[in-house]
Design a protein around this ligand. Structure first.
Ligand SMILES: Nc1nc2c(c(=O)[nH]1)N[C@H]1C(S)=C(S)[C@@H](COP(=O)(O)O)O[C@H]1N2
Ligand SMILES: [Mo]
Length: 246
């Protein structure tokens, strides 16, 4: 697949990295956030394909707190939880040739990645956890993302103060090897407070990008018309930056 090959090519070095920077994505955030200019330099050097640090089992935090929504009460979430998420589906759609609905059984049947990483919340706390799930790239390859798509939007089950939580990333983060749809934390099914039954891990990004309670994965050409158009729940309301690289 074209994009995939491109990402692999980027990993190969500086020259490919320079070609990519012209036609993609942190562009929007960079325009909005001049203080982030150094990110452009970092990106031009191919830095965004680097892996986030991974830790050892001895580093795992004894308790991984829940933040934001910790037990959605809207929609049918409570009924889904009651049924142990046997009926949960993640709709993969938007600009794809093969729209799909993935069950938790489907997610568990895909090749899995396990990674021990540090989560950094802008509210000033961090925690290290071990996450397991399929790489988002596997799902996007199966869905066949169309060429004009530039972002992946994550739809969530929870409604916070009247608005549905959502997030989005560009294709570099979407196809990053550490971007997984996690259904396990520290070897156990995800606790409800941490996003059961499935949540994104996007390890090069701050906490609020890691959408919990994922119900939809959507390829789009533009973020206009989605929420307030700024690419995520907190970006829309609190002015958090869309590009939240750590
Ligand atoms: N659907 C959804 N995803 C979400 C949130 C939320 O409220 N709803 N909060 C975000 C924030 S600000 C953080 S720090 C992390 C918290 O993840 P945790 O609850 O596993 O600690 O989830 C992020 N993803
Ligand atoms: Mo956060």
């Amino acid at each position: 697949m074209k994009r995939r090959n491109f990402l692999i090519a980027m990993g190969a070095g500086f020259v490919a990295g320079c070609q990519k920077i012209g036609d993609t994505a942190p562009g929007k955030a960079l325009l909005e956030a001049a203080p982030n200019w150094h990110k452009a330099v970092h990106d031009a050097l191919g830095g965004r394909t680097a892996l986030a640090p991974e830790f050892g089992p001895e580093d795992v935090s004894p308790y991984f707190r829940g933040n934001g929504s910790t037990n959605p009460t809207n929609g049918d979430y409570q009924a889904q939880a009651e049924a142990e998420f046997a009926n949960w589906e993640i709709a993969v759609g938007g600009m794809v040739d093969n729209p799909m609905r993935l069950t938790m059984a489907n997610l568990r049947a895909l090749p899995q990645r396990t990674q021990i990483t540090r989560h950094d919340c802008v509210e000033g706390w961090s925690a290290i956890g071990e996450w397991t799930g399929p790489q988002l790239s596997t799902i996007l390859d199966a869905a066949k993302v169309q060429d004009g798509a530039r972002f992946i939007v994550f739809r969530c089950a929870d409604n916070l103060n009247g608005d549905d939580y959502y997030e989005s990333v560009d294709m570099l983060d979407a196809y990053h090897p550490q971007t997984i749809v996690a259904h396990k934390l520290n070897g156990e099914d995800l606790p409800i407070k941490n996003g059961a039954p499935a949540r994104m891990r996007i390890e090069r990004q701050l906490g609020y990008k890691h959408a919990k309670y994922v119900t939809g994965i959507e390829a789009v050409a533009s973020l206009d018309g989605i929420g307030e158009g700024k690419g995520g729940y907190w970006e829309d309301r609190a002015g958090y930056q869309w590009y939240a690289g750590v």
